[in-house]
Design a protein. Structure first.
Length: 71
């Protein structure tokens, strides 16, 4: 399980354990917040082709799917 602080999530780098469509490396380029500033999700941008994917930020804690940094 990856330990992460949601306050430091913006612009963090991630590696997908099982890449799809050659998309392996991602950067968190936007946070999705509620009206009371609670972070509920994030937008991951694939480095290779700039595709954006919206996901729950807690999914990044699953070390079987995501690794911190670019590996």
């Amino acid at each position: 399980m990856n330990r992460l602080n949601p306050e430091k999530l913006l612009m963090s780098k991630w590696t997908a354990v099982q890449p799809k469509q050659r998309e392996r490396h991602f950067i968190v380029n936007r946070l999705i917040c509620t009206e009371d500033e609670t972070i509920i999700g994030c937008v991951l941008e694939a480095v290779i082709n700039k595709n954006n994917y919206e996901t729950d930020w807690r999914e990044l804690q699953d070390s079987t799917r995501w690794l911190m940094g670019w590996k």
